[in-house]
Design a protein around this ligand. Structure first.
Ligand code: HEC
Ligand code: HEC
Length: 315
C-alpha cells in the first residue's frame, strides 16, 4: 500500500520535471544571447547579405525583418524558421550551414526583430526550438481584420514558385506540340527510366493520351491565371505581387484568355492549330514579363544579373 503510494508520487515528480524542462516560451522571453547574435551577424554578412541585404531589408531574396516576414513565421514554432534556414538556405548552396550557424543566424534575426536577448544561447536542437513560439500579436499582420469565418486559402508559395511550378511546365507541354505530334506514342520503358520516373509527361502518357495532356496543360494555364491575383502573395524578393495594379490585371486576363484559346485549339486535335496558339501563349507571358520582370537596363548589377531585386515593380 505504502509502496504504491511512493511510486505514484515519484512519477508525479517526473511529470513536473519534464513540464519544467519543456516549458513553452515565446521569443519575447530572452531566448538567445547577445554574443550569439553577434556570431550570427558575421555568418549572415558572409552567406546571406548578398541576397537578403546588409540590413536584412531584402534584395534578390525577401526581407528577413519587418512585420510581413515575422507574421508569416509567427504562426508556427521557431523550429519552422530554423528549418527553413537550415534546409534551404543559402539558396545557391543549401545544406552548408551547421545547425549551430543556423541557430546563430536565427539569434541575429530575432535581435534585428527587436526581441530581447537573454542569458542562455538559443539551442540548435529541433525539439527545443519547437517549444519556442511567438507572441500572439506577432502572428497578426496589421491589415488583418476581426471576425472572418469564411475559409481562407493563403498562398503556399511566392510568385516565382507559382510560375515555375504551374505556368512553366504547362506552357512547355503546349510548346512541345510545335515539334512533337501528341498522337504519336513514343513512350518506352527506356525513356521512362531515363527520366527517373520524375518526368510526368512520360510517366503520365501511359495513363492519359498525348492530346489529353495538351488539354490539361491548357486548362491549367487558364485556371491558374487567377492565382496571379491571390491577395497576400509576395514575389521572390519579398515585394507584394501588384494585384491592385490595373495593368497587372490586364495581363492576368490575357493569360486566362490564352489558356482558353489553347484549350479550344487542342480540342481540334490538329497539331498546326495548337502550334499557332503557342505564339498567343508566349505573348501573354512576354507582355507581362516585359513590364514586371525583365525591364531593359536593369541587368547591369553584377550580383543580380537577372534583375531579381527589382522584379514585380513597374517602374
Ligand atoms: C542566392 C540568394 C540567396 C542567398 C545567398 C540566401 N538566400 Fe534566403 N532566400 C532567397 C530567396 C530567393 C528566397 C525566397 C524563396 C524561398 O522562400 O525559398 C529566400 C528565402 C529565405 C527565407 C524565408 C523568407 C520568407 O519570408 O519566407 C529565409 C528565412 C532565408 N531566406 C534565410 C536565409 C539565410 C539565413 C541565408 C544565409 C545563410 C540566406 N537566406 C541566403 C535567396 C537567398
Ligand atoms: C501577370 C504577369 C505575368 C504573367 C502573365 C506571366 N508571368 Fe511569369 N513572372 C512574372 C513575374 C513578375 C515574375 C517574377 C516573379 C518573382 O520574382 O517572384 C515571373 C517569373 C517567371 C518565371 C521564373 C523565372 C526565374 O527567375 O526562374 C518563369 C519560369 C515564368 N515567369 C514563366 C511564365 C510563363 C511560362 C508564363 C506564361 C504562360 C508567365 N510566366 C506569365 C509575371 C508574369
Amino acid at each position: 500500500m505504502q509502496r504504491a503510494f511512493f511510486l505514484a508520487s515519484l512519477s508525479v515528480c517526473a511529470v513536473l520535471l519534464t513540464l519544467q524542462a519543456q516549458q513553452p516560451q515565446t521569443v519575447r522571453q530572452g531566448v538567445y544571447a547577445e554574443n550569439q547574435a553577434r556570431r550570427g551577424q558575421a555568418v549572415y554578412k558572409e552567406q546571406c547579405a548578398s541576397c537578403h541585404g546588409e540590413m536584412l531589408e531584402g534584395r534578390l531574396g525577401p526581407p528577413l525583418t519587418g512585420e510581413d516576414f515575422i507574421s508569416d513565421f509567427a504562426k508556427q514554432p521557431l523550429s519552422e524558421l530554423f528549418g527553413k534556414i537550415r534546409n534551404t538556405m543559402p539558396q545557391d548552396n543549401p545544406g552548408k550551414l551547421t545547425p549551430q550557424e543556423a541557430a546563430d543566424i536565427l539569434a541575429y534575426i530575432l535581435q534585428a526583430g527587436k526581441f530581447p536577448a537573454g542569458r542562455a544561447e538559443l539551442s540548435a536542437d529541433e525539439a527545443a526550438l519547437k517549444q519556442i513560439t511567438w507572441p500572439a500579436d506577432a502572428a497578426q499582420p496589421k491589415a488583418a481584420s476581426g471576425a472572418n469565418s469564411a475559409p481562407s486559402f493563403p498562398p503556399a508559395g511566392n510568385l516565382a514558385q507559382v510560375m515555375r511550378g504551374i505556368l512553366f511546365p504547362n506552357s512547355n507541354i503546349i510548346f512541345t506540340v510545335q515539334t512533337h505530334d501528341p498522337a504519336e506514342k513514343k513512350n518506352t520503358p527506356e525513356t521512362a527510366a531515363l527520366a527517373g520516373g520524375f518526368n510526368w509527361t512520360i510517366w503520365g502518357s501511359d495513363i492519359y493520351p498525348g492530346w489529353e495532356l495538351v488539354d490539361y496543360a491548357a486548362v491549367a494555364l487558364a485556371e491558374s491565371a487567377p492565382l496571379m491575383l491571390t491577395p497576400g502573395r509576395r514575389c521572390e524578393n519579398g515585394k507584394p505581387v501588384p494585384v491592385n495594379d490595373p495593368e497587372w490585371s490586364k495581363f492576368t486576363e490575357e493569360l486566362a484568355e490564352a489558356g482558353r484559346a489553347a484549350y479550344k485549339a487542342s480540342q481540334t486535335r490538329n497539331q498546326e492549330t495548337v502550334s499557332d496558339v503557342s505564339g498567343v501563349i508566349a505573348d501573354a507571358c512576354l507582355h507581362c514579363h516585359q513590364v514586371y520582370r525583365d525591364r531593359q537596363g536593369r541587368g547591369r548589377d553584377p550580383i543580380d544579373p537577372s534583375n531579381k531585386a527589382t522584379r514585380c515593380v513597374k517602374q
